[in-house]
Design a protein. Structure first.
Lengths: 157, 192
């Protein structure tokens, strides 16, 4: 491909202002001495110019309002979801803390704290496990009840 | 690149920022979607979906990046998924005479002064619009991004997820096809 053909390929892009500054200089220099390319560039200009002036179709105000309403509802729902997620992490961390603390409290209250590492460890462990399971079961039931209630409230909304 | 204050506010959970952004981008985004799918009802649906996606993803958006390109990329992905699902052939095939979304008043620019200028300008734009609507989707897209949204080639490459060189050659081919279409409709350059 010779210089002339190379420049000719750039003319449409020149009209679209999509050349690098080096390419622009090349084109400008070439069209000064090449009438065919100069004419070709002039032929591209009205197309580019009209493309820039095409009318912009406007979305209806109803569409914008509806979009805003839906996006805001989604935003609120997402914020609530994030908050619930953070709350869940805190509750789980608190539950574990309570469980671990209750283990020590359980033994202190029953006067068997010293036997933790003793021969009756297995008996202590079973009591502790039963206590923990009861705690988690109560938490689970509360969570399910809360979820059912929230779902009901959402349906009403 | 300057950080968009509304984007930062939206990331912090400010609903007013969402309203500002929708208002600011409404015309550009709707026009882009309409140029891609060509059907106003579909463009409206995609417009809503795009903003819902923005709300979903805004936390993962880096505010130092170009919001325009990110927004248009989201819109493009949704539009292409939609076209693949509804009319897979429309991604490659031109569709002639389908540009029904504008009325005559839309086509007249205030820069044209006399009634004759108005009429001629409206006519030229109708011709260009119709010829553009007949191009394949990737060419319509690159034309609207360059000439209507005034995006740089680098931004177009980012939105369309192609290298800069591909975006450039796509723009050149789209212009060539548009000109061919105009010359086929109006031999001898009479459309001008």
């Amino acid at each position: 491909m010779n210089e002339h053909d190379k420049i000719r390929e750039l003319l449409a892009l020149a009209a679209a202002d999509a050349l690098t500054s080096a390419e622009e200089e090349q084109v400008a220099e070439h069209v000064r001495s090449c009438i065919a390319c100069s004419n070709e560039l002039e032929a591209w200009r009205p197309i580019a110019s009209e493309l820039r002036r095409l009318p912009t179709p406007q979305p209806s105000s109803w569409l914008v309002q509806a979009t805003l309403a839906r996006a805001e509802a989604k935003f609120t729902e997402q914020a609530e979801h994030d908050w619930n997620h953070r709350l869940m992490i805190i509750v789980v961390a608190f539950a574990w803390l309570l469980t671990i603390a209750s283990w020590a409290v359980f033994h202190v209250v029953s006067g068997r704290f010293e036997r933790l590492l003793g021969p009756q460890f297995s008996h202590t462990w079973i009591s502790f496990a039963a206590f923990t399971a009861l705690e988690w079961l109560a938490g689970g039931v509360a969570a399910v009840m809360l979820a059912i209630r929230q779902r009901g409230e959402r349906r009403l909304v | 690149m300057a950080v968009d204050a509304d984007v930062v506010r939206l990331r912090r959970g400010d609903l007013n920022a969402l309203s500002e952004l929708i208002t600011r981008y409404q015309n550009r985004l709707y026009r882009y979607l309409l140029r891609i799918v060509r059907q106003p009802a579909e463009a409206e649906d995609l417009f809503q979906q795009t903003w819902l996606r923005v709300v979903e993803k805004i936390r993962s958006f880096d505010a130092n990046r170009n919001f325009d390109a990110w927004l248009f990329t989201l819109a493009r992905n949704l539009a292409i998924d939609h076209l693949r699902r509804i009319r897979p052939e429309s991604l490659d095939e031109p569709l002639a005479n389908s540009w029904h979304s504008e009325n005559v008043a839309d086509r007249i620019s205030s820069k044209d002064h006399t009634p004759l200028d108005h009429a001629l300008a409206a006519e030229r734009r109708t011709e260009i619009s119709e010829a553009m609507a007949g191009l394949p989707m990737i060419y319509r897209e690159v034309l609207t991004l360059r000439f209507e949204d005034e995006m740089k080639i680098e931004e177009i490459a980012q939105v369309t997820a192609v290298p800069v060189s591909t975006a450039k050659s796509r723009l050149r081919r789209s212009l060539e096809q548009l000109r061919d279409a105009l010359e086929a409709r109006y031999p001898g350059g009479t459309w001008q």
